[in-house]
Design a protein around this ligand. Structure first.
Ligand SMILES: [Zn+2]
Length: 271
């Protein structure tokens, strides 16, 4: 079975822009790709996607200078421009931006296909009133919002803001908003995340940052809820090629693999 894969969770890498503790962590988790991380170019990365069988990759900015890096949406847009395979997302940090909603509207005009919120690294509650206009804009514009849910080990991370139960309230307030819970509540909250994905029509889980061979331990209902999970790697935190191989080896149906590796992502992105 040859599926053209969508990687829903890829970080934009620029050497010297991420804190050393993040670089060390990547090197430990994914030594195979560290050469590419250190000498990152668009051409080399696109070749790497091609070799891995990935047709589209969602590229994420992150404005979390205290915790990981400060990579702006504009930089990600520049990186993705003119290359169909690369799908730029926005990141708005309500603790940095004076008018978060205006910033998001600008990003949408410039061509982002979704919004990444990082309450854990950027240290705010996803229920903060400053976030609500962003959810409204995404719902109205028909673009998805993705939340980091679950823990992070980096200094400065505020893990209590990664509780997926906070996202349930947003799903209730914005029923048409497509929501992706990245990492499925990694650490404390897998069950909660799976339950919310089950009961909320437009809530999905991206499986990035989790060892694929453990997925059925974390999400025993993966097969039944196959329309609610999307594949992602958290690259460079994991090898894209090896993650795909490990996912393909799971004892789930071909239909579930196809849904998670491709179909659900295209539906969420509306492409
Ligand atoms: Zn990530």
């Amino acid at each position: 079975m040859k599926i053209k894969i969508v990687d829903f969770h890829v970080h934009f890498v620029k050497s010297g822009r991420w804190h050393p503790w993040v670089m060390d962590w990547w090197k430990r988790l994914n030594p195979d790709d560290f050469g590419l991380v250190e000498n990152f170019t668009r051409e080399a990365f696109i070749r790497y996607l091609e070799e891995s069988g990935v047709e589209f990759a969602v590229i994420l900015p992150e404005r979390a200078p205290q915790t990981t890096c400060d990579i702006t949406t504009e930089e990600v847009l520049d990186f993705c421009r003119g290359e169909m395979r690369l799908i730029p997302f926005s990141n708005v940090n309500i603790n940095i931006s004076t008018y978060p909603h205006r910033e998001l509207e600008e990003h949408i005009k410039m061509g982002v296909k979704g919004l990444k919120m990082h309450p854990v690294h950027e240290r705010f509650s996803p229920l903060d009133k400053r976030c609500y206009p962003l959810y409204y804009i995404c719902e109205k514009s028909g673009i998805p919002v993705m939340f980091h849910t679950g823990t992070s080990i980096f200094p400065g991370a505020c893990n209590s803001f990664g509780d997926p139960k906070l996202i349930d309230e947003i799903a209730s307030d914005f029923p048409e908003l497509r929501i992706v819970m990245s990492h499925g509540g990694r650490g404390f909250w897998y069950k909660d995340a799976q339950f919310i994905a089950r009961i909320r029509k437009n809530v999905y889980i991206d499986i990035s940052g989790l060892p694929p061979h453990r997925l059925l331990d974390y999400f025993p209902e993966l097969e039944r809820l196959k329309s609610k999970f999307v594949f992602g790697t958290d690259w460079p935190g994991a090898s894209i090629r090896k993650s795909i191989e490990a996912f393909m080896a799971l004892p789930i149906s071909g239909a579930a693999k196809e849904a998670v590796l491709r179909e659900n992502a295209l539906k969420i992105l509306d492409v």
